[in-house]
Design a protein around this ligand. Structure first.
Ligand SMILES: *[C@@H]1O[C@H](CO)[C@@H](O)[C@H](O)[C@H]1NC(C)=O
Ligand SMILES: *[C@@H]1O[C@H](CO)[C@@H](O)[C@H](O)[C@H]1NC(C)=O
Ligand SMILES: *[C@@H]1O[C@H](CO)[C@@H](O)[C@H](O)[C@H]1NC(C)=O
Length: 188
């Protein structure tokens, strides 16, 4: 009896360590695969606003998931045009429409887009000591890319909030720093 009692705290500690490991394992978002880049056909892949184009033979990692959403989910903010003829490619997935870049709209990585569950909902984006509310209208596809549907751009990373210029303006980011910044977001 005595020996059991002295071991109990130790056994409990081991139990905590194991459950903790299993829990953080479940929270990790691992790559789902890779796709090999194809060279965009002539005239394809709109490079305006520094959009990235797929390179022939380059491997791009794909994801089905995104990091867990918290009250201050970290993400990378990128710049996108949601207008017809812009670098967003086809109309927005949520409403099959184009959107003015003067309205605060975003696309979310596949895991956060979560099969349209955030469509036309708003999120609050914070950076630079400021916040802006933006509407989710599209998916930043982490599973596919380098094809016509995605304007020959690579698949998105799994932690992207791809935003219209209105979002960048509302956050007061100086123009020479537009492109990629770290932000946090939450469901509004
Ligand atoms: C994106 O590129 C277009 C065409 O070059 C330009 O008119 C527009 O101002 C750019 N948008 C931003 C947000 O830089
Ligand atoms: C996504 O939602 C549609 C419609 O609600 C449903 O039919 C489909 O099974 C869902 N897909 C996944 C991967 O959850
Ligand atoms: C998101 O914000 C827009 C603009 O303020 C508003 O029109 C829309 O109804 C909001 N969406 C939801 C789901 O509340």
């Amino acid at each position: 009896m005595k020996s059991f009692c002295s071991k109990a705290p130790f056994i409990f500690l081991i139990f905590l360590v194991i459950t903790n490991c299993l829990f953080s394992e479940a929270q990790k978002c691992r790559p789902s695969g890779r796709i090999i880049g194809k060279k965009p056909p002539p005239g394809q892949c709109n490079t305006e606003n520094d959009s990235d184009c797929c390179k022939e033979g380059k491997a791009y990692t794909t994801y089905e998931c995104s990091p867990p959403v918290t009250s201050h989910t970290k993400a990378t903010l990128t710049l996108n045009s949601f207008e017809k003829g812009g670098d967003g490619g086809s109309p927005s997935e949520c409403d099959n429409k184009y959107h003015s870049d003067d309205t605060p709209v975003v696309a979310l990585s596949t895991g956060w887009f979560n099969n349209k569950s955030r469509c036309l909902n708003n999120i609050t984006i914070s950076a630079n000591g400021r916040s802006v509310v933006a509407m989710v209208v599209d998916e930043c596809d982490s599973r596919k890319g380098c094809d016509e549907d995605h304007d020959y751009q690579p698949p998105c990373n799994n932690n992207i909030v791809d935003a219209s210029k209105a979002v960048w303006e509302a956050l007061g980011v100086p123009h020479d720093q537009w492109g990629e910044i770290e932000i946090t977001w939450l469901d509004a």
